[in-house]
Design a protein around this ligand. Structure first.
Ligand code: SF4
Length: 403
């Protein structure tokens, strides 16, 4: 599509290649910029962006208070900062936030009765799509003028969407094409953007730049820890998803867990705040419990071992692949990660005043000292070599704990 987006349009979709080309000449090299006053200003904008990505209630405004090139630069800086922090959940959050913003801007382009649109030059076609919307979709491999999509593309995009209407059984499929309603196309575009933005993280940032950004990164880490603490609070086994309940039952009844099972359980309980001794205590229920070996292996998975690598709890898709997704219930249909299940169930239990009522000792006890959070416990966190989202259970983990 032969179209040159305006600077304002580029600033609303800063992940476009054209957006980043647009600011190439506006700023000096990063190490120099960070020493300047405007570098400090841009870092502040980037931090605000990250904080918004972490906030449970987000406020997105389509009318920026600063220049277009500053908006684009803040996007790039935010991604550099999270790359320095090296926390996969931060990458996920930021990618999701950027995709949500893009979706919001696409819908708010021409405004509504109550709010003025941000793009006064928007020209809509007969499908009510603007040029920037069509351009953006094209960059992500979608055609907004079509009411269908190749089956393989559709399946890839909706794999993370849990609403029934997106399930293939609820769609009309003809000659390898899935029928899509026009109003759903933007939702699919949002998901495509999210996946692509996540795929590019982390950036390979020079150490010297990360050192310059270290104070900012430290502040974000602390806020993130606080945020996670608020989300997960003290550990409550009664809110565990069925898959994790099943793993614990198997442990308790003396069944040896597979490598993938141990890896999934360890990363899960670690993420929700269980410290290493408590995890080891959990494995003490195992028939072949070896305390020393267990401590070593748990520390390795949780990032406290020599490598410093902190592993992420596998998502539902990976759990399914390894045969660990069992006893699914109604809530499972709405989540794509055991952690999301836990968060949602815990919220429900708190609302109903039942939180923590039947939690057994090893997992119900809060970690010793202040409750731990994913990035808070492990020191420097190294990303895995692959960058395609949550890891597969056991795909790169060390030997399982407890054996
Ligand atoms: S759907 Fe997800 S949360 Fe539910 S049992 Fe399967 S893996 Fe666990």
């Amino acid at each position: 599509m032969d179209y040159s987006p305006s600077a304002k349009e580029l600033s609303h979709f800063p992940f476009l290649k054209k957006s980043q080309d647009h600011i190439k000449k506006s700023f000096p090299p990063l190490d120099q910029l960070l020493k300047e006053e405007r570098g400090v200003f841009l870092t502040g904008l980037a931090v605000r962006r990250i904080n918004q990505a972490l906030a449970s209630k987000k406020t997105i405004s389509a009318h920026f208070q600063h220049r277009d090139d500053e908006e684009i630069a803040s996007y790039v800086l935010a991604r550099i900062i999270v790359s320095c922090i090296q926390d996969k959940q931060l990458y996920d959050r930021l990618a999701r936030y950027e995709a949500e913003r893009a979706y919001y801007f696409l819908n708010a382009e021409t405004g509504s009765e109550s709010e003025k649109g941000w793009n006064e030059h928007a020209i809509l076609d007969e499908d009510q799509n603007s040029r920037i919307a069509r351009y953006l979709a094209g960059e992500f491999g979608l055609d907004l003028s079509k009411d269908r999509m190749p089956l393989a593309d559709y399946v890839e995009i909706v794999s993370v969407l849990h609403e029934d209407r997106f399930k293939l059984v609820n769609r009309r499929v003809r000659a390898g094409q899935v029928m899509i309603r026009k109003d759903e196309l933007l939702e699919l575009l949002r998901e495509r953007i999210r996946v692509m933005l996540r795929r590019d993280l982390p950036y390979h940032v020079p150490k010297a730049i990360c050192q310059q950004l270290a104070p900012v990164a430290e502040t974000i880490k602390k806020e993130y820890q606080q945020h996670m603490l608020e989300q997960f609070g003290t550990i409550d086994e009664s809110a565990f998803p069925p898959c994790m309940q099943a793993l614990i039952s198997a442990l308790t009844s003396g069944v040896n867990l597979t490598h993938a099972g141990r890896f999934s359980l360890t990363t899960f309980v670690h993420t929700i705040g269980m410290d290493v001794p408590a995890i080891a205590e959990l494995y003490a229920r195992s028939p072949d419990f070896d305390p020393e070996k267990t401590m070593y292996q748990v520390e390795h998975i949780t990032g406290r071992g020599g490598s410093g690598t902190e592993y992420t709890a596998p998502a539902c898709a990976a759990m399914l692949t390894t045969g660990l997704c069992v006893h699914k219930d109604a809530l499972c249909e709405k989540v794509n990660h055991p952690l999301s299940y836990y968060r949602a169930r815990k919220r429900d239990l708190v609302k109903a005043g039942k939180a923590g009522k039947n939690a057994p000792s090893a997992t119900s006890a809060p970690p010793s000292g202040p409750a731990k959070t994913p990035s808070g416990e492990a020191g420097p966190v190294k990303p895995r070599a692959d960058k395609t989202g949550p890891e597969k259970a056991g795909s790169k983990g060390p030997q399982e704990p407890g054996s």
